[in-house]
Design a protein around this ligand. Structure first.
Ligand code: SAH
Length: 254
């Protein structure tokens, strides 16, 4: 019997954001691997084994799940949002590339999910309506200098920028520095969206501008969207503003 490894995106929050394919994969799995709080979002099913692990142990978790699948089991590794965005799908691929030949023979199924930047964008309007990019501010896996260079290049090129992993306890100053780098290229009036715990009961959404963003609190559950020169804000009576980036850009200068 040959095993299967599924890498399943849970979406940003509650069950409403789970796709049917993801639901089906979670039902089919004999064993679930993942960061504890993500596993807690999956309803318990009898006969299904659970292997929670710490947030930082992605490679070890991928290897454990692959070993399990190689024994012939149907195994699912879960990720918040989409598993291919700063998450487990790449860890599984890295483990397969470095691992034993048997892992290359396994069936691998990556089940996409709604990634945080799409969930936050949808709450605010359509900020990703034109060209955009996503940058993780975590310097655990890449040098900080590279992050600064990418932020500068992305702002100079006129992209709307989604910032993942803006802050953690071990990375308290990076967000402030990132906003300072962006401020050298962008006007203080540039729209900024902070979406926290979007899709969960404690969700919050803040719409502000770049010159005010430094004073705002963000944490590990926050995703930030930084507008481009084209991004616009529509004020509405009694409702939060709509932020959008028009489909067309006429000017060549970014
Ligand atoms: N694979 C995930 C991203 C993992 S990186 C995805 O596709 O969404 C973790 C970062 O994602 C967090 O630091 C935060 O920036 C963002 N994030 C994840 N879930 C979120 C949510 N519900 N609301 C806002 N941001 C979220």
């Amino acid at each position: 019997m040959s095993g299967r490894l599924m890498v399943v995106g849970l979406g940003p929050g509650d069950a409403g954001g789970l796709t049917r394919d993801a639901e089906e994969a979670l039902r089919a799995a004999e064993a679930l691997y993942g960061y504890g709080p993500y596993l807690d979002r999956v309803p318990a099913r009898e006969g299904q084994a659970r292997f929670p692990s710490d947030n930082r142990e992605e490679r070890g978790r991928a290897e454990a799940a692959l070993r399990h699948a190689a024994q012939g089991a149907d195994v699912a590794v879960v990720s918040g949002g989409d598993p291919g965005v700063f998450a487990m799908a790449a860890s599984v691929c890295e483990a397969i590339e470095a691992g034993p030949d048997a892992w290359r023979a396994l069936e691998i199924a990556i089940i996409p999910g709604i990634t945080a930047m799409l969930a936050v964008a949808a709450r605010a309007g359509a900020p990703l309506g034109h060209d955009f990019c996503a940058i993780s501010l975590s310097d655990n896996l890449k040098p900080w200098e590279l992050i600064e260079r990418r932020l500068d290049a992305a702002a100079a090129a006129g992209f709307v920028i989604a910032l993942y992993n803006p802050v953690s306890r071990a990375r308290p100053w990076q967000l402030g520095k990132a906003l300072a780098v962006l401020s050298q290229r962008l006007s203080g009036a540039t729209p900024i969206i902070l979406g926290r715990a979007v899709g969960r009961s404690d969700e919050t959404l803040t719409i502000t501008t770049l010159d005010r963003a430094a004073g705002l609190s963000a944490d590990m559950a926050t995703l930030i969207i930084v507008g481009s020169k084209e991004t616009r804000v529509i004020a509405r009576p009694g409702r939060s503003p709509l932020v959008y980036t028009p489909r067309a850009t006429e000017r060549v200068s970014a």
